[in-house]
Design a protein around this ligand. Structure first.
Ligand code: FES
Length: 176
């Protein structure tokens, strides 16, 4: 893997990341911090961004790639506008979390870890949000929804999509 071979666009996002990298130069082992910041800026870590980080930090691309693929909080694929995080911790699992997972996969037409084609939802899982008393639980963006069953969970996702669509229609009307 050759870090210099890829053309990196000169845009605001890369300039912001470069600034952060410059400021991190004195810090020992800045790679993970830099990748965190890069993910915050870009939403995910495509290879192009990894090339940039490798070049700017002067580390082999293979090392950057190794770190990105080792930690599951780094993503190489774009995420949706809304993150559905289904809890599969013990309490949620015994109360039917997996059934909810299957229903959501079917509803969205994706597997866990995937993103819908319209980039509206990314479906993810977690191991306990500390809300076991409400099991089974999912988090939709920052909001916890508890005491779910497959139908309720699907309904929550449909409602958010309907709300966003209605808001978009309103905005279009106002703009006309
Ligand atoms: S196991 Fe799901 S919130 Fe604790």
């Amino acid at each position: 893997m050759e870090a210099q071979a890829v053309h990196i666009p000169d845009n605001e996002q890369y300039r912001e990341l470069k600034k952060f990298i410059e400021a991190s130069r004195g810090v020992p082992g800045p790679l993970i911090q830099v990748l965190h910041r890069a993910q915050k800026i870009f939403g995910y870590l495509p290879l192009e961004v990894q090339h940039f980080v490798a070049r700017e930090l002067n580390v082999p691309l293979a090392k950057v790639f190794g770190v990105v693929t080792f930690y599951n909080f780094f993503r190489m694929d774009p995420v949706g506008d809304h993150i559905v995080n289904l809890c599969l911790g013990t309490a949620c699992h015994v109360k039917g979390g997996s059934e909810i997972g299957k229903a959501l996969e079917k509803e969205l037409g994706i597997k866990v870890g995937g993103t819908t084609a319209d980039r509206f939802y990314t479906l993810s899982t977690a191991r306990c949000f500390g809300a076991c008393g409400l099991a089974p639980v999912l988090m939709l963006d920052e909001e916890v929804h508890g005491r779910l069953n497959p139908q309720k969970a699907v309904q929550i996702l449909r409602e958010l999509r309907a709300q966003v669509q209605a808001a978009a229609v309103e905005t279009n009307k106002e703009e006309k």
